[in-house]
Design a protein around this ligand. Structure first.
Ligand code: FPP
Length: 256
């Protein structure tokens, strides 16, 4: 179901940059993105879906650069879900090849920009070549202190929770020691802050098994723009909308 977001705003009169965050605008520390709409972007142009994924991949770099410039510290990209295995075999293989290609091609440049790459998801169903290529990227960038980029690939929130429960049982943790904090340490995201903002492009209004544990107090923004066309202007509109949200985490504002 396509829908229009209700809080779409005009571009900020003053562009959001770290330098003007002091005027009361909040910049999210962690932005997670469901990069949806690649297939429809391609179909509208009479192209195969594959071309949409390729155009979507080409869009990643400029959005990461904009995030860095705007002061975002953590970016998580949902690139392949545990349910995406149900797509036609050629599309699945195409997405695997695309990820391997982009990780091989971009890791050097990300490393030069001090970006740390992380991986969220299962690795047991990847080809050994893709697994090794991802591991090389994680190893090369592990001491970097700039933007934290997490690639969610073969990731599903329910799968992550089941995986965590299995490891807790294997570790013999007694029930009374199982707390939210402990559980969190068994998730793929153990060393990441929860996302402040989840953006879904492509106009759909659902979470699709993305970070269900971590997103309980995230702000959501649904952009009608297909991922390959999601540009810096649209990102600034989203961040402007975010900066006007009141986050109470279940409590009350000081004045209430
Ligand atoms: C959803 O669009 C998109 C995906 C399932 C894949 C997203 C993957 C990339 C952009 C590849 C690159 C990834 C990285 C991390 C560089 P869709 O195919 O469901 O679109 P539709 O809803 O229009 O069919």
């Amino acid at each position: 179901m396509a829908s229009q977001p209700t809080d779409r705003l005009e571009p900020a009169a003053v562009p959001l940059t770290p330098a003007n965050n002091g005027d009361g605008r909040k910049v999210p520390t962690h932005v997670a993105i469901i990069m949806d709409g690649n297939g429809r972007w391609a179909q509208r142009r009479g192209l195969p879906r594959w071309e949409g994924h390729r155009a979507g991949t080409d869009n990643v770099n400029s959005i990461l650069e904009a995030m860095e410039q705007l002061g975002v510290k953590y970016v998580t990209l949902f690139a392949f879900s545990t349910e995406n295995w149900n797509r036609p075999r050629e599309e699945v293989l195409g997405l695997m090849a695309l990820l391997q290609d982009v990780v091989e091609r971009e890791t050097g440049r990300l490393h030069q920009r001090n970006v740390r790459v992380r991986y969220l998801g299962r690795t047991d169903r990847l080809t050994p070549q893709l697994r090794e290529c991802i591991q090389r990227s994680l190893d090369m960038t592990k001491h970097n202190t700039g933007l934290n980029l997490s690639l969610a690939f073969d990731y599903g929130g329910r799968d992550e929770i089941v995986h965590a429960v299995r490891r807790i049982v294997q570790d013999g943790i007694p029930p009374e020691q199982i707390t939210e904090d402990l559980f969190q340490q068994y998730l793929y995201t153990s060393d990441l802050p929860d996302p402040d903002l989840i953006i879904r492009t492509g106009g759909e209004l659902r979470l699709s098994n993305f970070l269900p544990w971590q997103s309980v107090y995230s702000e959501y923004y649904c952009s009608p723009v297909f991922w390959p066309d999601f540009d810096r202007d649209e990102l600034e509109r989203v961040l402007e909308a975010y900066s006007q949200r009141k986050r109470r985490f279940g409590g009350l504002d000081a004045a209430e």
